[in-house]
Design a binder for this molecule. Structure first.
Ligand SMILES: *Cc1c(COP(=O)(O)O)cnc(C)c1O
Length: 374
């Protein structure tokens, strides 16, 4: 079965990991710092906190932003459940804003209508790899004293208006799961434009430990002393994973280029095929295409999905609207809430897209899908 996404691991990647295994630090060592610095360089020069997954990154980000009971977090239903569930777990009410019909990105007009004095975070998702419209979202957040969050699990390496992913929202979260644009096995990171939020993120992911003597409340213990002011978790990324990340980052531009090439081939092949609708690229955005989401019209999505799988092509669907998950539906979120997202979900199939996909594989996908809808 041709997968819809998979990692690309080189001999250099393997050597980078084995070098760490032979060294002194398996975790909380120099590779972690070097990886965070390398991610920072790519994402606008801000504070980066690496962590164990994209889900952990979202948990850390919401915690660092002080999200809690009484707060509202506005987000898109067209995402992986963690974008919403991590805010809900901290006690916030999640408010879903519909997506734009053409880009599938959160619609700033819908967000504006839902913004209140209780809004704490506006959390957008760079669906499929292109940046949401943060230029429109940031003023909406600023007006009510809220912060913007970019779930950029799909979009590391992309830009919008000439600015890199990581520089577009107050806080940006990344995922390094194997299908994503680069991998550390499991892994993620939080990029924080405000250093104070960055420090809170760091401490939350590090058990809440405070190590700066200037901030100690207990001052007479001794040189071993560290203390906790707020609860935290251990979401630390290892040096093993970080070494893989450093090595993968060197290949990110090549990954992005190959993903762009494949996307262009699909666009070219499917643009004029009746019964299909190709993705729309937003103006001013240089996407790092993570998914190729094509829409299968005329109620044929499931039939085409099953036929593609039967032909050995591992298509996927991204995503079921988040509030359809029973954990949200059982709280009273009703179907019909976000019609654009629901229509998109009913039509969407993600085609195989990853750097090591060959032209012959791409041609087979094109041929198979074209024949099926023809
Ligand atoms: C993958 C993903 C996540 C979660 O990342 P993990 O590393 O799998 O925990 C969050 N949001 C989006 C949009 C994702 O695609």
């Amino acid at each position: 079965m041709l997968p819809y996404g998979r990692q690309s691991i080189s001999e250099q990647d393997i050597e980078a990991v084995t070098a760490v295994l032979r060294g002194d630090w398996l975790t909380t060592g120099p590779a972690v710092t070097a990886f965070e610095n390398a991610v920072s360089e790519l994402t606008g020069g801000h504070r980066v906190v690496s962590c164990t997954s994209g889900t952990a990154a979202l948990h850390i980000a919401y915690a660092a932003l002080g999200v809690g009971p009484g707060d509202e977090v506005i987000t898109t239903p067209m995402t992986f459940v963690a974008t919403a569930s991590c805010a809900a777990m901290l006690g916030a009410k999640v408010v879903f804003a519909d997506v734009e019909d053409d880009t599938t990105l959160i619609d700033p007009t819908a967000v504006e209508a839902l913004t209140t004095e209780r809004t704490k975070v506006i959390a957008a998702v760079d669906y499929a790899g292109q940046a949401a419209d943060y230029d429109a979202l940031q003023p909406l957040a600023d007006r009510v004293g809220a912060k913007t969050l970019a779930d950029a699990a799909h979009s590391i390496g992309g830009t919008a208006g000439g600015r890199p992913i990581g520089d577009l929202a107050d806080v940006t979260t990344l995922s390094f799961f194997p299908t994503k644009n680069l991998t550390t096995g499991e892994g993620g990171a939080v990029v924080c434009k405000d250093p104070a939020i960055g420090q809170r993120a760091h401490e939350f992911h590090f058990i809440g430990l405070v190590r700066d003597p200037d901030r100690f409340e207990i001052t007479d213990e001794g040189p071993w002393h560290q203390e906790v002011h707020e609860y935290g978790v251990n979401y630390r990324l290892t040096d093993i994973s970080s070494a893989l990340g450093i090595s993968q980052l060197k290949r990110l531009a090549a990954f992005k280029q190959r993903r762009t090439e494949i996307t262009a081939r699909y666009n070219e092949a499917f643009r004029d095929v009746e019964g299909l609708r190709t993705p729309t690229q937003r103006a001013g955005v240089d996407p790092a295409w993570h998914l190729y989401p094509i829409r299968v019209l005329d109620g044929r999505r499931r039939e085409v999905f099953e036929a593609m799988r039967a032909a050995g092509i591992g298509v996927q669907v991204n995503y079921i609207p988040v509030y359809w998950h029973p954990v949200f539906a059982n709280q009273g979120y009703r179907r019909g809430l976000c019609p654009n997202a629901e229509r998109f979900y009913s039509e969407e199939i993600s085609l195989p897209l990853f750097p090591d996909l060959t032209d012959a594989d791409v041609d087979r996908v094109i041929e198979t899908l074209t024949k099926l809808v023809g």
